[in-house]
Design a protein around this ligand. Structure first.
Ligand code: HMG
Ligand code: MG
Length: 305
């Protein structure tokens, strides 16, 4: 199969990335990062999460972040909403899109959202209904599709099972997530195939953490299947507070560099994206994790010690 001509990237750095920082990241810095990503041409940004501040203190300023960003027309600003309380926050904040997040592993579901897979679907159903009534798109993320930090192996059938349940309650899109970055290309394809039993190609995406350095290869494997939507995180920020040791999502700079090289359009300006990655990395006091970001900054004369 020919590769897609165009790929849509959701930058999840402000959410997936910053949720995992130990030190408090000031709201103004989050806002500046989101605005820099939009400026670079990123079409969709996961801006924050309306989750319990006791569980994830970094996202406690969700409403403030959403209120302070100046929105670029055409850019989708998405937020995570695990339940109706989260949805109400998202609605009040005028988010464009909401994301419910479940898991293909029971153990991870309990650790991350304090309920079983079946209970999570019961919580998501009213969110999906309310989102659709409000004219907001609702996406679903399925964690641990390629392995679980608590349970170990996860079978592709488990991905299909959760995708089917999400589809049944009206979730419009499903993201296949490798939370701990252990997946390899054929495994990524097998999980994606299961999601594709329930969703069309236009409504699936890949979300690959890069803990073991496999994420770009996994994306390429999915491109070969025709998948054309991927999450990525500027500067390679992040991880998941409930998956110890897992590093960030694949760096957006690395994905865009690969896609540029393949002649696949993203509409993202790599130089401006590198600026956004350099900005947030400087704020966090470390060099960007992105190999491409570091290489391009080195070319500009920036030296990392
Ligand atoms: P719970 O304790 O079972 O919920 O948590 P509860 O309904 O019993 O409520 C307990 C307290 O939380 C109450 O407050 C609620 O009001 C409050 P209290 O009476 O004790 O003062 N509460 C909330 N506050 C704000 N916003 C809300 C909300 N809901 C309840 N939405 C819950 C269940 C889901 C809320 C909790 O487990 C939680 O917030 N978990 C968040 C986990 C999280 O954010 N994880 C990281 C994001 S997922 C991820 O990174 C994976 C992904 O990237 C894909 C991948 O890589 O795998 C998407
Ligand atoms: Mg993630």
């Amino acid at each position: 199969m020919a590769l897609p001509k165009r790929v849509r990237i959701v930058d999840v750095g402000p959410r997936d990335g910053l949720q995992n920082e130990k030190a408090v990241v000031p709201t103004d810095v989050k806002v500046a990062l989101i605005e820099a990503l939009a400026e670079a041409g990123v079409p969709s940004i996961e801006a924050t999460s309306f989750v319990s501040p006791k569980w994830v203190p970094q996202m406690a300023d969700a409403a403030d972040v959403m209120a302070r960003i100046s929105r670029r027309p055409g850019v989708v600003y998405a937020v995570l909403t695990p339940n109706m309380k989260g949805f109400e926050g998202a609605l009040a904040a005028k988010a464009d899109e909401v994301v419910v997040f479940g898991a293909a592993s029971e153990a991870f579901s309990h650790k991350n959202i304090n309920c079983s897979i079946a209970e999570s679907i019961e919580r998501f159903a009213p969110v999906a209904r309310a989102a659709r009534d409000a004219g907001m798109k609702v996406r679903g993320a399925i964690s641990c599709c390629l392995g679980c930090p608590y349970q170990g192996e996860v079978k592709p059938e488990a991905v299909g099972y959760v995708a089917r349940l999400m589809h049944g309650i009206g979730v419009q899109h499903v993201g296949v997530a490798d939370t701990i970055g252990v997946g390899t290309p054929r495994k990524a394809q097998a999980a994606m195939e299961r999601a594709l039993l329930h969703y069309p190609l236009s409504e699936v995406s890949g979300h690959f953490h890069d803990t073991y350095g496999q994420a770009v290869a996994n994306i390429y494997a999915c491109l070969e299947m025709g998948v054309y939507q991927f999450d990525a995180s500027v500067a390679g920020l992040g991880g998941c507070p409930y998956a110890k040791g897992a590093t960030g999502n694949v760096a957006t700079e690395d994905v865009v560099f690969m896609l540029d090289g393949l002649g696949v359009a993203t509409d993202i300006d790599l130089d401006l994206l590198v600026d956004a990655g350099a900005y947030i990395s400087a704020q966090l006091g470390r060099p960007p994790v992105s190999r491409v970001g570091r290489a391009l900054l080195a070319k500009r004369g920036k030296v990392f010690v």
